[in-house]
Design a protein around this ligand. Structure first.
Ligand code: SF4
Length: 421
């Protein structure tokens, strides 16, 4: 199914560790997707006023599902296309209950954060960057009496209570309250919305409006308030840094937010791009080995489904013939079994291989283990007896020093884990 809508959670998903920045690779991937006609949405527990920095970084953003799904804004028309707010009497009851405790809480209304004046002193204990906390506090409107706002459409109430003394009684009351839904993305943080408010319901409502099937939706998340959305979307994808339950419920898992997990997945499944992978030609079945044979490996060949493979044979690039006398590394030099020093040919082949890697933009390589050219970490010891020693082949060594990440043919699972492809 082609992807028609991409919806991303923010913290721990689209944003980096600073809770502010969208990486350049992610912006590019989403921009390319948008140019293909795919709608882009963010789905966040935050309200509209605290995501303007995201809108600046992604100016082509189409929709914001905010306040955990209490509302959806169409940024192209600036209209609210979906809403489900707390009933006035329920909001008043929660305000009144939380006011009894030494805790900081806020509510969202009209896309802005509001809080009771005097409760700033409880805004402590959160392990978040200072810059983020300052921006957060500056965007909050403090009131003398919040009760007068209970009947004006409360999107969501957030409690930040990181003490232990009253935590259980607060949690018991809120989680057993019949008029609200509660989630706790992190311990001490309880988010309350009207019954039925969920990112997945808002996403489903948006899809119904747009005539998009759930199978055509790609969604990313990392916390328990994302689970419904990940189950709903055909491409429901958890980040590597997601809670375990989130990964269990998602259909896919991508790399973490700090490894451009959203971009990697969008490139692969929405844009159809495969990352380049340098591969020892003999592993692909090419008869370039010293004896005229090959080291064909079906698991390596199967990688062509996931990667754009670029075959290389450094010894051939160095001008060595097929067949040829085998060589091993002796005291850092490539020496053939009949004693000929072939270091210059091996080095020429290594440089040519690096040139190709840089030309095609490959960041990863799968190279033949133990070879005096391609081996990584362990190579034949120069005795031509089949004995091994620690060290790299000449090409593997140059590629590693140039920043490529090398895997042997026995490390395919590790390659897939690391690249998230
Ligand atoms: Fe295979 Fe590398 Fe030797 Fe070429 S140089 S035959 S690719 S191990």
């Amino acid at each position: 199914m082609p992807v028609k809508l991409i919806a991303c959670d923010l913290d721990g998903t689209l944003l980096g560790a600073d809770h502010i920045t969208v990486s350049q690779r992610t912006v590019k991937a989403l921009s390319d997707a948008h140019e293909k006609g795919i709608k882009i949405a963010v789905a966040t527990g935050r309200t509209l006023s605290v995501i303007y920095n995201v809108m600046e970084q992604i100016p082509f953003l189409d929709y914001v599902i905010y306040s955990n799904g209490a509302a959806v804004c169409d940024l192209n028309t600036a209209k609210t296309v979906y809403k489900n707010f707390l009933p006035a009497e329920t909001a008043a009851d929660i305000f009144s209950f939380l006011s009894r405790y030494p805790a900081y809480f806020e509510f969202y209304q009209n896309g802005k954060q509001h809080a009771q004046k005097g409760r700033e002193k409880f805004f402590t204990g959160m392990d978040l960057p200072q810059e983020f906390l300052e921006a957060y506090a500056a965007s909050t409107v403090f009131h003398d009496d919040i009760m007068q706002f209970a009947d004006k459409g409360v999107e969501k109430i957030n409690l930040f209570y990181f003490g232990t003394e009253y935590y259980d009684e607060i949690k018991d009351y809120l989680f057993s309250h019949k008029g609200i839904d509660c989630t706790s993305p992190v311990s001490g943080d309880i988010e309350m919305t009207a019954k039925g408010v969920d990112k997945s319901n808002a996403l489903a409502g948006l899809c119904a409006t747009l005539g998009i099937d759930s199978a055509e939706v790609m969604a990313f998340g990392d916390a328990d308030n994302d689970i419904g959305m990940l189950e709903f979307a055909g491409y429901g994808t958890a980040m590597a840094n997601a809670a375990d339950i989130c990964k269990e419920k998602a259909k896919f898992v991508t790399l973490s937010n700090e490894e451009d997990g959203v971009a990697v997945f969008v490139e692969r499944y929405a844009l159809g791009k495969k990352p380049k992978l340098l591969v020892s030609a003999c592993l692909l079945g090419e008869n370039c080995k010293y004896n005229g044979g090959n080291n064909k490996n079906d698991k390596v060949i199967a990688l062509k489904e996931r990667f754009d493979m670029v075959a290389v044979c450094p010894e051939c690039f160095g001008g060595l013939k097929i067949p040829r006398v085998p060589s091993e590394i002796i005291n850092g030099r490539a020496v053939s079994k009949n004693g000929e020093d072939l270091t210059a040919e091996f080095t020429k082949g290594a440089r040519r291989t690096l040139y190709i890697a840089e030309e095609c933009g490959a960041k990863y390589a799968v190279l033949k283990e133990r070879s005096p050219s391609c081996g990584k970490g362990v190579i034949y010891d120069g005795s031509f007896s089949g004995s091994l020693t620690g060290g790299n082949g000449i090409t593997a060594d140059l590629l590693i020093k140039s920043g490529l990440i090398i895997f042997g043919e026995s490390e395919i699972d590790k390659l897939l884990d690391e690249t998230g492809v």
